[in-house]
Design a protein. Structure first.
Length: 299
């Protein structure tokens, strides 16, 4: 909780002229390493999050994945179904959280990964930050974080408001999923700015970018060289990844005699191991919009 604005120890705000979502000290996640995964809409954040969750679990870690999108489709490749959202189950008991059991909103997915869909307010109403806050409070009240090693927040879109930046209040590292194209990198630049803003008052730091759905990474590397970002992993545009989603399965449930499946599994395991070993925080800086426009593309 930030001190009052007139306090001599007050910190700088993380947004100018806007209403910000601030962390509730009682909802602090302790013990687990927390990753918040962002990126342009449709870039494969949920696929990345789910496969990374399984990779962590394959390395012996107890993993909890929290989907933070009203579409509540983050975890269906882990559970094989669309699970109820926290907001839905809270609504069913008139928002009397004390009436809920853990099994009402936490579901076990493939290889023991625990899955939660926070959900979101109806379109045009409410705040995503409230939803994230209520989810973390429920997890603490039911002691579900005490034996968790890794928490992954899978967050929609590219952080256009303080509400959906709320997972950054809990995260140790912010990871960005991007393709090797202008729109993805433009979105990544905005996310870099958001994480940098939150890092002033919270413990979150930039971890790096996961290149996804791209044969090449030359445009991402151009941006990295100028901004200070770093590529953590690279997943080409493989049809087996598309088919795993259609099969409602993670890549680790697909036939690993297929060399593309095996290569993707190995890359996720390598990424998980490198994240467990510790990711040096990046001091990346966002570019101005015009600078990105001038930077990217072919000569």
């Amino acid at each position: 909780m930030r001190p009052p604005p007139n306090s001599s120890s007050s910190r700088l705000g993380d947004g100018e002229g806007s209403v910000q979502v601030h962390a509730d000290p009682a909802a602090k996640i302790e013990g687990a390493t927390v990753f918040a995964i962002y990126g342009k809409g449709g870039i494969g954040k949920s696929t990345t999050s789910s496969n990374l969750s399984v990779a962590f679990s394959k390395l012996g870690k107890r993993v909890l994945q929290i989907g933070c999108d009203p579409k509540h489709d983050s975890t269906f490749t882990l559970t094989g179904k669309m699970i109820p959202t926290v907001i839905d189950v809270l609504d069913s008991v008139g928002f009397h959280a004390e009436e809920l059991r853990a099994e009402d909103f936490v579901f076990e997915g493939y290889n023991g990964v625990l899955c939660i869909e926070a959900g979101g307010p109806p379109a045009g109403t409410g705040c995503g930050g409230y939803v994230v806050g209520q989810t973390v409070k429920l997890l603490k009240e039911h002691h579900l974080l005490e034996e968790t090693d890794i928490v992954i927040f899978d967050v929609l879109g590219d952080v256009v408001c303080g509400g959906f930046a709320a997972p950054l209040l809990h995260a140790d590292r912010g990871l960005i999923v991007a393709a090797n194209d202008f729109d993805s990198i433009f979105a990544m630049n905005r996310i870099v700015a958001a994480i940098k803003a939150k890092s002033v008052n919270y413990g979150v730091r930039l971890g790096g970018v996961i290149a996804n759905r791209s044969r090449e990474t030359d445009q991402i590397e151009k941006f990295n060289a100028v901004s200070g970002m770093k590529t953590l992993a690279h997943f080409p545009d493989l049809d087996v990844i598309r088919r795993s989603r259609l099969a409602k399965k993670s890549l680790f449930q697909m036939d690993d005699s297929n060399p593309d499946v095996k290569a993707a599994q190995d890359e996720y395991l390598r990424l998980a191991a490198s994240l467990l070993a510790g990711v040096t925080p990046l001091e990346a800086a966002p570019l101005k919009d015009r600078e990105i426009f001038d930077l990217l593309g072919f000569d």
